[in-house]
Design a protein around this ligand. Structure first.
Ligand code: ZN
Length: 85
């Protein structure tokens, strides 16, 4: 469920950097283009987790909406089940 890409864009020059191996939370990723500090591994993990949570939440919301729409269509397509006044 987690996106396995370990790509991180440099906030200074927007260059693509990657985590290699098995970094420790305190490890700092330095940009290979401008040598600036990109992020620490702890920050990277936290931001990635937050992005994933938002993405999953958005998917669940969309799923609920489509299920409601399907239910609504089914009800509208079956006039005999409508409550008659
Ligand atoms: Zn950079």
């Amino acid at each position: 469920m987690f996106q396995r890409t370990r790509k991180v864009a440099c906030p200074h020059c927007h260059g693509s950097n990657f985590w290699h191996g098995n970094p420790k939370p305190t490890d700092v990723l330095h940009c290979r283009y401008c040598d600036g500090v990109v992020t620490t591994y702890a920050d990277y993990v936290e931001q990635t987790a937050r992005r994933e949570a938002e993405r999953l939440l958005a998917e669940f919301v969309e799923t609920d909406v489509s299920r409601d729409l399907a239910h609504l269509k089914a009800v509208l397509a079956a006039p005999e089940q409508r409550v008659s006044s």
